[in-house]
Design a protein around this ligand. Structure first.
Ligand SMILES: *Cc1c(COP(=O)(O)O)cnc(C)c1O
Length: 226
């Protein structure tokens, strides 16, 4: 695996649409992440709190850390001091906890609402109806240390490209509908739509992604047997 080469190739592919690259480094050691860092990567995505904290402590401080995995409320406190963006916000109770921890550290924490766009059962996220209900929920207006800056979604794991196109298109339409909604609370802005992984990022870019989360195509296959 030539990590620098992979990063350069991806950056070239993403440049015309100004889509940002999040290097998904879960399960990979710091030395491997440093190869990507030296190739210019400053945005890293992790899905486990403990692992992100350990890497944060060991790595340069100009890195932007993205939490992309399901986040338990009792672990928010560990990443609140430094996390750049939480992509996987899937409940108001989680937003309330992020607000509480943000207040403690005097940091407004940026978040994406995770939308459930695939037909797969196991994936977390809000339905469209839940998101439209959430933006009108008064609880949100009291969350001064939470700033929602967009949406995140994962398409079905399938070789049916038409289906993946449809699911990403759906997420982008939801994003646009919210963006042009005049009465969003101050806590919600629509700037980023995080969609696309190694297997489907080209489709996601065609559908208007602003952030792709890519692991395998940079670092190679993950080995979970540790
Ligand atoms: C692991 C992961 C990715 C990256 O997956 P690859 O197929 O390795 O690119 C992206 N998003 C989320 C939420 C993930 O958990």
């Amino acid at each position: 695996m030539n990590i620098a080469e992979n990063v350069q190739q991806l950056q070239q592919e993403l440049a015309p649409s100004e889509c940002k690259l999040i290097a998904v480094s879960k399960t990979k050691p710091v030395s491997t992440l440093m190869d990507a860092y030296e190739a210019g990567v400053r945005d890293f995505g992790e899905n486990k709190v403990q692992e992100m904290v350990e890497k944060y402590e060991q790595m340069p401080k100009d890195i932007r850390w993205h939490m992309i995995g399901h986040l338990q409320r009792n672990k928010v406190k560990n990443i609140a001091p430094f996390v750049h963006l939480i992509h996987s916000v899937d409940s108001i109770r989680l937003m309330e906890e992020i607000n509480k921890q943000g207040a403690k550290h005097h940091r407004v924490i940026s978040c994406l609402l995770q939308a459930h766009i695939s037909e797969e059962e196991s994936k977390f996220g809000f339905t469209d109806e839940e998101i439209f209900r959430l933006i009108r929920d008064e609880t949100i207006q009291h969350l001064k240390y939470v700033q929602v800056v967009g949406l995140m979604g994962m398409a079905s794991f399938t070789s049916d490209e038409a289906k993946v196109h449809k699911e990403f298109e759906h997420l982008k339409l939801l994003f646009d509908a919210l963006k042009y909604n005049d009465d969003l609370p101050d806590q919600i802005r629509m700037e980023e739509v995080s969609m696309g992984m190694s297997g489907d990022y080209r489709i996601a870019i065609e559908e208007g992604s602003t952030m792709v989360r890519i692991g395998t195509s940079i670092f190679g296959e993950r080995n979970y047997q540790k």
